[in-house]
Write a protein that binds this ligand. Structure first.
Ligand code: HEC
Ligand code: HEC
Length: 253
């Protein structure tokens, strides 16, 4: 188990912000002995365990109750932290072992290929999770929501996530991510057009979104709408030979 300690402490590195200088109100409410640790050493110092738990919570953007049996608002002394009832806790334990393997077994091999960064970059929960519980990219979230619940639900989902996470690095809210989403939608041109309209709402100068809209309209056989979209693109990029060629190919109305 001792082999693991450097990694475990590594997981806590980001936690020095909390200082632990004075009494910690969270620690005071927690048991001093842990009865169901399978990855961390049984005799881990409570402050290190709590540090790791905080980095789990922050890495995933969740509260302790995401993984532990307990009611929000109750004192921690009422929680059953040892219980493995919640699937999220069991998955987190697997993830912890996976992260340790990456850091301790796989990444050291990088130096056989070329010198590693000094100090080495450690994989933490937040490296993949970026503050969200399920580490999917925004493109995947939108396309999946569209296929499960329809175009409007996909668009609403984007707005909702943007509202909640903008500026936190959790998702890519840039123009390109929306363009890539339309590519992933394949022949669902109506959904693609809705996503491109969304892109134009946030990025009104997006030439790519207008050109994409033109292509989707054309694929649907709506040549007038395709031409109108290309003219918008041309207004933004008057010197583009590609747009001129596309317009030429559509013919005059
Ligand atoms: C993402 C899931 C996750 C979150 C969030 C989380 N934990 Fe944990 N917690 C675990 C896992 C997994 C273990 C078991 C680790 C092991 O087996 O070595 C654990 C173990 C514990 C234990 C030891 C229980 C025992 O007796 O064995 C305590 C205490 C604890 N967590 C407190 C907290 C607190 C307090 C928070 C919120 C600040 C928190 N945890 C947030 C996953 C989580
Ligand atoms: C190398 C990337 C990576 C790292 C590092 C990582 N995770 Fe994950 N995590 C994933 C992926 C991918 C999934 C989704 C797995 C699936 O397909 O269900 C996931 C899923 C989870 C889930 C289940 C989410 C759900 O609701 O289905 C939990 C809980 C979790 N991770 C906790 C953690 C914790 C805690 C850490 C740090 C100890 C961590 N992860 C580190 C990639 C990672």
């Amino acid at each position: 188990m001792n082999r693991l300690l450097p990694t475990l402490l590594g997981l806590c590195v980001g936690l020095t912000v909390f200082g632990f200088a004075g009494p910690d109100p969270v620690r005071a409410q927690l048991p001093d002995e842990f009865t169901n640790l399978k990855v961390f050493p049984e005799d881990i110092a409570p402050r290190n365990l709590i540090g790791a738990m905080r980095s789990f919570s922050q890495g995933l953007g969740v509260r302790c109750t995401h993984c532990h049996v307990g009611e929000e608002g109750q004192p921690f002394s009422e929680y059953d932290f040892a219980s493995d009832d919640k699937p999220a806790k069991r998955k987190a334990r697997f993830m912890l072992e996976m992260s340790m393997q990456l850091n301790d077994e796989i990444l050291p091999g990088l130096s056989q290929v070329a010198d590693r960064r000094e100090p080495g970059v450690r994989v933490q929960c937040v490296t993949c999770h970026r503050g969200v519980a399920v580490p999917r990219q925004i493109e995947e979230v939108i396309t999946q929501t569209i296929s499960d619940a329809g175009t409007a639900a996909g668009i609403a989902k984007y707005r909702e996530l943007r509202e909640e996470y903008y500026g936190q690095g959790a998702y890519n809210f840039g123009e390109q991510a929306l363009i890539r989403t339309t590519e992933a939608l394949g022949e669902d041109y109506d959904s693609a057009l809705a996503v491109l309209a969304l892109a134009l709402e946030y990025f009104p100068e997006s030439v790519q979104a207008w050109v994409g809209s033109a292509q989707a309209h054309q694929a649907k056989g709506d040549i007038d709408a395709a031409r109108a979209a290309l003219l918008e693109a041309q207004e933004l990029a008057p010197d583009s030979p590609q747009i001129a060629r596309m317009l030429e190919r559509l013919g005059t109305p």
